[in-house]
Design a protein around this ligand. Sequence first.
Ligand code: FEO
Length: 403
Amino acid sequence: MHPVKLKEGVYWVGEIDWDLRNFHGYSTQRGSTYNAYLVLDEKITLIDTVRPYLFDKMIQRLSSLVDPSNIHYIISNHVEMDHSGSLPLLMKIAKNATIITSPHGHKGLLAHYKRNDWNYKVVKSNETIPLGRKNIKFVLTPLVHWPDNMVNYLEEDRLLFSNDAFGQHISSSERFDDEYPLGIVTDEAKKYYANIVLPYSSQVQKALDTIVSLPIDMIAPSHGLVWRSHVTTIVEEYKRWASNQVDNKCLIVYDTMWESTEKIANAVQEAFESHGIPVKMANLRHSHISDVIADVLTTRFICVGSPTLNSNMLPTVAGFLTYLKGLSPKNRIGLAFGSYGWGGQSIGHVENTLKDCGFEMMESIKVQYIPDETQLQELFKKVKQEILLHEWVVNKFPSETQV
Ligand code: FEO
C-alpha cells in the first residue's frame, strides 16, 4: 500500500492491523490502524510511529517518499507503545533526528527507552516550530489519554493531528471518513471514547475549548479514519460525550445462573418500556464489556443484575463493574437486582459498586429462588411506580444534567 496524501506535502504513512481483535481488553472486531504522518518540508517531520511488529512495513511505505535517514523531527505525541513503540528502531535509521515531546512525554520516553543519548526538544503548550514553508503548533492535552498527550496543528493546512482523540479502531484500505459508512465510523468513535477517553471527560472539555478555537479543515487521529468531511459532526459528538449528556434510555446488564435473574431482568425491562423508555439488554455471557460500555456512554439508567455465587457476584458481572467503576461515567441512575439461593450477597455488592460510581440508586430487587408470576408482577409494578414517583419518564436531558 502506498502513502496516502492528506494535503500538499502531508502523507499518511501508518500501518493497518487487520487482525487486531483485542486492544488491552477492548474488543476490536474491526481491527485498527496506527497512524503515522509525514510532513515533507525543509525539516522532514514524522508524527508518531507504529507498533514495532509493523515497523518494517511503515518504513517501506515512508521510503517511497523520502530517505528515512533524512527525517529531521519525530513528533512523539504520546508514549504509549502503539505510537512510540518503534522509536528505538527508527532512531537507528534516523540517527540525527530530534524527538519533539511534551514535558511528561520526555520523562516517559526516558523511562521507557533509557536513551539519554537521543536528541529531544521539549515543547510547551501553544509553542510553534517552523518546518520551512509550514509551521506546526503544539497544544498539550494532558490526560487525553495519558498525562503526556499533546496534539499538533499544521497551521497553513488547518490540519489537526489529534493523537488519541477522535480515533476509532477500524482497519480499512480507506483513509477518510467520507470513504466509509459514516454510521460505523461514528459508532466506533463512540466505542473508542467510552473505552479509552471517558474517565478524562473534563480534560477533553478543556482540550475541546482550545481545539475549537482553531480553524480546522481536517482531523487526523492516531487510530482509524481521518475526518475531513464530517469534522463538525465528530467535534459536536465529542462535546456531547465529554459533558456526560445521556438519553432517557435504559441499559440492563446481567448474567444469570438458572434464568431466575434473567426473569427479573425481563420484568425490569417491561417496567421501563411501559413508560416508553427504550431498553437495551446485555447478557454478559454473550456481550463483551467494551461493547456494553459504549452503550453506557449515552444511557441514563444502568440496571445491573447478578445471582449469588460463593457469596459474591458472578465473575462476568464483577468484571463489568470493575471496568465501569474505572471509566467513571457520571449522572447515571442505577438499579441492582438478582436472585439467590441462600446467601444473596451479590445484590449488595452490585448496589455498593454502583453507589461507588456515584450513581443515584433505585431500590434494589432481591428474590430468593425462582420468581413466580405474582412476584414478577409485583416487582414490575414497583419499578414502574418508582420511575413515576421520581418523574424520570420525561427526558430532561441534556440541559438539566450537564456536568
Ligand atoms: Fe493509541 Fe493511548 O494510545
